[in-house]
Design a protein around this ligand. Structure first.
Ligand SMILES: [Zn+2]
Ligand SMILES: [Zn+2]
Length: 795
């Protein structure tokens, strides 16, 4: 495929704030070494601390994911959109992951995987084992169209057949546990248990049947009928040798002779010493056989029979499961058969449910920040909302909450010590109250009286157009700024989305709460500026959720107009063929068709363009190539009522963009870096604050909103001298109507007061950097030099 040629450097070249790459790489290397030492030692002990922790509880804004910790390994079960962001917020280092397991190839489970792999690659993780259904391989080859070659990182794929050996590749010897996967098929009510392949374990069932199964599967095509469950068993942990008991029995404690005796006894063998038989239980605490936990996805009623009749789920291991994690919707849980199956486990088995009925806040930082901003202006920064599903059915179990832990060792049971507590009262007492006391904030926090009333008096007709900033950070989704996504609400019924980074749908959920379906159903057009992961990997979730919204609201299903670089179709075609159906949700038009001098003659394209314009009441849509990776585009939309919006995507200052955006009512321009980092901005082909403002001036834009800030400006970017009454900075979840844009600069003093500490810290850093740069000839950011967008091999 032409895919490798189409590679842009993607995230890795886009990773501002990653200067310390070398230092970071030490961490994974150190871990590899430690692991080797453990393996060399020969007798591998089971780990002494292990827990299963909920990361994404499966709510609509955060799909289900589990993190499993042991002192030897870190596992991640499923990696939907936003998983990486949660790990970053809750300080679970992605660089430590060595296993990612997927229960099914659906976007719900893999939406965040490309971003995660880019991060692992960037951080220098030498190896990561991916396990899941056979189509996983196709997924990995499809993401190469924008992730680039993945040779730097050794991705060991396991197709989820039989048990896996550990990532260290030491034939079946596992540092933590054995993981056995079981396939369940919906269509044929057919279950195929595979025997565990590891030397230490084995089950009798199904060798012949699994051969049949191999024939049925064509791993090159998509197969929605397949789920994989994981049966995980911890390695046994040997008992401790009790010295005082041994002394009492007269064993030669403290001499060389005791070594072999201890080894035999700890291995569970009796020994003879001075004519007497010493049994292990006399001098050792009992061996912990290693608890078992199951991760089972049963996505719909069609899978119930297959999952519930699978003997391996109950008796796949000698020991009953301590924990069963169900990735199971309410409709399945309510079925009698599924409930019977749950009851067939012993009463000591705990059940943990992850689905949309989870009521938990995941992105706490974001809620807290918004509560503070809300005090600056209640309309521009509306409070974040919760998606409240219909009341859940009653099943005896534990409902997932973000960060909830089930401890497997040293003791067995729930551990709620670190759960998220995020209530309105908590936010008020911990975040809004202290902000009110900040020097000068109270005086500055509300704009002039007249401004406030402007917001409140706006009637329906004056509400549009309106812009909702969904993601204003660059490169990686981080706790306070998600990656690119800007919603333009043109009218009460039509919206356009400008770029769609990972997690854009989750942001919409938190912004619109229960009204998210309405908001989704209005989106009729999506513009993707370029193929960097921070601009397009949220697209599939958006398309699937839009379809769901339309059907929930009883509206007719209609494909979205997708404007993007041609290469986006390489990725979408591959995903469609080998993973999940997607193409019927889009009407694709290449960005090139909107060049000012483009001659589109193909009737079908012409008619799509016409209906796109008509639907949105637009007179004109124009695009141009910009100075970033190749190809990267900016666009401008001109409405029948006279307003124009110009959107830069990622770019250095670009004259072609000035030309298509001339006289814009609103310019949204990237301002990745502060002015003092101009050199770095050139290397990465981005703009500085003043460059972005300069383009707005050249364009004669009425108002300039800055976005796409480097994640080093987590809360607030640095201001430059040329900020005027025509410039505003964006925050995630900021909502502003065109008619109110001019009021934004009046919020700046309050914002500066609120984030005074952050601003002075950044100023301090800048001063230090300048001092260093004058002292040494070599610039601070030398190591990044050979990794720029300019090296993008496209075209
Ligand atoms: Zn970007
Ligand atoms: Zn980019």
């Amino acid at each position: 495929m032409a895919t490798n040629g189409a590679v842009s450097n993607s995230n890795n070249s886009n990773m501002e704030g990653r200067q310390k790459k070398k230092a970071k790489q030490k961490e994974p290397l150190r871990r590899t070494k430690t692991k080797e030492t453990w393996l060399k030692r020969g007798d591998v002990h089971g780990p002494s601390t292990v827990y299963v922790q909920v990361l994404g509880a499966g709510s609509r804004d955060n799909s289900a994911s589990l993190y499993v910790f042991s002192e030897y390994n870190r596992y991640l079960f499923n990696c939907g959109e936003g998983t990486q962001r949660l790990m970053q917020e809750h300080k679970l280092k992605a660089a430590r992951l060595d296993n990612i397991l997927l229960t099914r190839l659906s976007w719900e489970n893999v939406g965040g995987l490309s971003g995660m792999i880019l991060t692992l690659k960037e951080t220098g993780v030498p190896e990561c084992v991916l396990s899941g259904p056979p189509q996983l391989e196709n997924f990995l080859s499809a993401i190469k169209s924008f992730c680039g070659p993945l040779e730097d990182i050794k991705l060991n794929e396991h197709r989820g057949v039989g048990s896996r050996s550990r990532s260290s590749g030491e034939g079946g010897r596992s540092l933590t546990e054995s993981v056995q996967s079981v396939r369940a098929l919906c269509s044929k009510n057919y279950v195929c248990p595979r025997p565990a392949a590891g030397p230490q374990r084995g089950t009798d069932a199904g060798e012949n049947r699994s051969v049949v199964l191999e024939l049925i599967f064509n791993p090159k095509t998509r197969d929605p009928s397949l789920v994989v469950s994981f049966i995980c068993k911890l390695n046994p942990k040997k008992g401790n040798f009790l010295v005082s008991e041994a002394k009492e029995l007269g064993l030669p404690v403290g001499t060389a002779a005791i070594g072999p005796l201890i080894k035999a006894l700890k291995d569970g063998r009796s020994v003879e010493y001075e004519g007497r038989e010493i049994r292990p239980e006399q001098v050792c605490t009992p061996t912990d056989p290693g608890p078992v936990f199951l991760v089972v996805e049963c996505p719909s009623e069609k899978f119930i029979r297959s999952v519930c009749t699978n003997q391996q789920h109950v008796s796949g291991t000698e020991d009953p499961a301590a924990l069963v994690v169900h990735l199971t919707p309410e409709s399945v849980l309510s079925s009698e058969r599924y409930q019977r199956w749950m009851e067939s486990f012993p009463s000591s088995t705990e059940h943990l449910i992850l689905n949309e009925h989870a009521r938990t806040v995941h992105n706490i930082r974001s809620y807290k920040l918004q509560a503070q901003l809300h005090m600056v202006h209640p309309e521009v920064f509306p409070p974040l909302r919760h998606y409240r599903p219909q009341a859940a059915l009653h099943v005896p179990n534990v409902r997932a909450e973000c960060l909830l832990k089930f401890q497997l060792r040293p003791t067995l049971g729930w551990n709620r010590s670190v759960q998220c507590t995020c209530t309105t009262r908590f936010i008020n007492s911990h975040h809004t109250q202290p902000a009110v006391t900040i020097d000068g904030f109270r005086a500055k926090k509300y704009p002039k009286h007249s401004s406030v009333s402007c917001f409140l008096l706006a009637d329906e007709a004056e509400q549009f157009p309106e812009v909702v900033f969904l993601g204003t950070g660059s490169a990686l989704p981080m706790k306070t700024r998600n990656v690119s996504g800007t919603l333009l609400n043109i009218s009460a019924s039509q919206s356009v989305l400008l770029d769609c980074g990972e997690g854009t749908f989750g942001q919409l959920c938190r912004h619109y709460g229960d009204e998210v379906d309405q908001a989704m159903s209005k989106i009729n057009t999506i513009f993707i500026s370029h193929m960097h992961a921070d601009h397009h990997t949220g697209l599939l979730k958006l398309l699937y959720q839009r379809k769901r919204a339309l059907s929930t609201l009883g509206k007719p299903d209609s494909p979205v107009f997708l404007l993007g670089p041609g290469y986006i179709m390489t990725w979408l075609n591959q995903y469609h063929q080998a993973c999940e159906e997607i193409l019927r949700h889009i009407n694709f038009i290449s960005n090139k068709c909107f060049f000012p001098n483009a001659e589109v003659t193909w009737p079908k394209t012409l008619s799509i363009i016409q209906s796109l314009l008509k639907k949105n009441g637009l007179d004109k849509v124009e695009t141009c190539l910009v100075r970033h990776c190749k190809p990267a585009y900016a666009c401008s939309l001109t409405h029948g009522s006279g307003w124009r919006l110009a959107f830069s995507g990622d770019t250095m200052p670009c004259d072609a963009f000035v030309s298509i955006g001339t006289g814009a009512t609103l310019l949204i321009h990237e301002a990745t870096l502060e002015d003092a980092l101009e050199e770095e901005a050139v290397e990465k082909r981005h703009s500085t604050t003043s460059q972005a403002i300069g383009i707005g001036m050249k364009m004669n834009a009425e108002f300039i909103m800055l976005n796409h800030f480097s994640q080093r400006y987590a809360k607030i970017p640095m201001f430059s001298a040329d900020f005027s009454d025509r410039v505003g900075i964006s925050f995630d979840h900021m909502r502003v109507r065109f008619r109110d844009l001019k009021l934004l600069p009046s919020l700046t003093p309050a914002l500066k007061a609120l984030f005074a500490e952050d601003l002075s810290e950044m100023e301090e850093q800048r001063d230090k950097r300048e001092l260093r740069n004058t002292k040494t000839a070599a610039p601070d950011f030398e190591p990044q030099k050979n990794k720029t967008h300019s090296k993008s091999p496209l075209k």
